[in-house]
Ligand binder design. Sequence first.
Ligand code: ADP
Ligand code: ZN
Length: 619
Amino acid sequence: MDQPDPALHLLRTVFGYQEFRAHQRDVIAHIVDGGDALVLMPTGSGKSLCYQIPSMVRPGVGIVVSPLIALMHDQVTALQQLGVRAAFLNSTLTPEEARAVEDRLLSGDLDLLYVAPERLMLPRTLNLLARSQIALFAIDEAHCVSQWGHDFRPEYIQLSVLHERFADVPRVALTATADGPTRRDIVERLALVGAHMVEGGFDRPNIRYRIAENPGNARDHLLRFIRGEHDGEAGIVYCLSRKRVDEIAAWLNTQALTALPYHAGMSADQRRHNQERFLREDGVIIVATIAFGMGIDKPDVRFVAHLNLPRSLEAYYQETGRAGRDGQPADAWLMYGLQDVITLRQMQEASDAAETQKRIERHKLEAMLGFCELTTCRRQALLHYFGDHLEQPCGNCDTCIEPPQTWDATVDAQKALSCVHRTGQRFGVNYLIDVLLGKENERAGNFGHDRLSTWGIGTHLSATEWRNLYRQLIAHGLLAVDVEGHGGLRLTEASRPVLRSEHRLMLRKMIRPAKAMRGKRDGSGVVDAADETLWQALRACRKSLADAQGIPAYMIFHDATLMDMLQRRPLTRDQMADISGVGARKLEAYGEPFLAVIHAGADTGVSSPRAVVESADWP
Ligand code: ADP
Ligand code: ZN
């Protein structure tokens, strides 16, 4: 072809990527031709290019409506790093700064302008736009337009004026989370009837889902997981309570990791400070309650760890979804145990929500518990829950990688259940296990439980194995937890067929967490010592360049780009230009230092990165 497609040309020269992803090509062609589009794609699928490139190809400026002022600055900085003429207009600018941006807008000196919705709606802004040439409107986080969505923003409703006042300008709405009703709202309110629609489902194939039973020392397992697989990488650790957040953060810091707490009990300033460090520095771990995460757009979060059970699969999907937005391998790691199940069940029973609400919550928790106890592919189950479909087991979750074994637990379950029955359906698990193991204690003597038929009938299993069994019995709904909060268990209807041997109960065999949670990420490419050394040297080089400009490391190059360098080891400028994510501007600005790092690695075999990156903050 003598006349290369201008969109593809920009993709290669500016962004440094070789090919469009399938959905990008179609949407971009459609918008470049002046059509409207609705893009429903999961996080990390590359939605931003769908409006960035058409904004550059079409004459005029692309107006991007985005609800999160905090993120605009980062997005614009990232574009400027690529040499794209981008700016934002929002309340953080001084009047002089805003005026300067407006001048650039009017004189056609911008490819992209990010605007907060309330700013856009000001008569002044609308008048400015009317006097400018506009390439398109992109409405990011479009689900905010819907009252059905979880993140409704009244300002978004007014965006309907766009098609009234700027009828000829294409509109593209984008979101990663829209169920049926939300989608209909978006189409209606933004007048997108007949728009080209791309839909990508919910799958996040780069996230590896892993769930293990907590044998009582979750903290140590967490540490081993981070050390073994994510040393020096950014991650989020979710805990249920503020107290636990503070504890875990403090403990990780004593283990030579950089961990910062984040919860609603801290001052707004402290929280902002910690969030900022997490975004800007390399390899910071944030330990948080679920208060953390909304509007976090950090692409290189390599793991999300849960030290407690999320309330629902929706919450689990959303929280784990903060990992691996850059599409690189990432881990969703959850450790849960008997106590989680008991606590959540109790909280639910004790809540004074209306009965219908309670029923919904019970159902959601059941789905979450069922998900934890699965013996088949987790991704298939997760996607199924969201009405999506995956033909084959994924091969990238713990149950696929190491299929759990099941055992016929009928007889032991009968022992566990009849122990509940014979002790009067009011004791908690620890006491029940003492009875099963025949562990002499004062209470048992007082109650006469040492004379029961279930006294000491369980010595063939350990206390841990009994806890594991009780957890599964509760998770499967054969036992209910008391409302008063003492953890007493009672039988449910569902336990009868098992007690009467009418129903065989197959349960998950306990997997030792060390085993279940083992394994370096596939595809990370970091295999041997020389690789590891070069990888660290590339990261150090990136960090020093980022620090010099006061921007986050990922704005220099994403992990995927460093990984490509690691695998292909470019030695010349031309070879460097071939690396995915190295466009013309970045080749110019950063090609040399990275080539020097790779050369040094090649010369010495296993190089000393310190010699190469003088200014780097080498640990
Ligand atoms: P989303 O907005 O859908 O969450 P992004 O637009 O942030 O996704 O893109 C996710 C990642 O994929 C980014 O690191 C981006 O640079 C990368 N990416 C996007 N399109 C391509 C492409 N065609 N080739 C290679 N990488 C791409
Ligand atoms: Zn799987």
